[in-house]
Design a binder for this molecule. Structure first.
Ligand SMILES: [Zn+2]
Length: 136
């Protein structure tokens, strides 16, 4: 099936998806920081290099872009109509890697919190205030 976008447009769209991931991470970090939480970002010492690590609470937070992390039943996670197989395989690999990382972190005694892009975009205030209740 043909893609709804041209090749050039498609890579533009994918690039935009990537930068959005980063934007929502920044949103969460800013919010945590302004509420007095101190954290490390993309700490390589932990499985999966969590986006945010709160060592004091032994909490790892992943801010997941819905597309790259295959959010179930999510509009933002729609697989492109070109190179569908490639994308399905890629996203499945990400999913496998994610669950292995989460498993390892939990085995190490860490609490893992996943924040989804779509929820952050819909109602960041609500999501972030719910986050606080999970931090203690
Ligand atoms: Zn989603």
């Amino acid at each position: 099936m043909a893609d709804v976008f041209t090749k050039e447009k498609r890579s533009e769209v994918m690039a935009r998806i990537r930068s959005k991931d980063t934007k929502i991470e920044v949103l969460v970090r800013k919010w945590l920081f302004s509420h007095g939480y101190r954290f490390r970002k993309n700490d390589k010492r932990y499985p999966g290099k969590p986006d945010i690590v709160l060592p004091k609470y032994k909490i790892a937070i992943f801010v997941h872009g819905c597309f790259w992390h295959g959010h179930e039943d999510c509009k933002l996670a729609t697989i492109p109509k070109t190179r569908t197989e490639f994308w399905v395989e890629k996203i499945n690999k990400n999913l496998e890697r994610d669950s292995a990382n989460i498993e390892s972190l939990r085995t190490m005694g860490w609490k893992v919190i996943i924040l989804w892009e779509c929820e952050l975009r819909k109602n960041p205030e609500l999501l972030l205030s719910n986050l606080v209740s999970q931090l203690h």
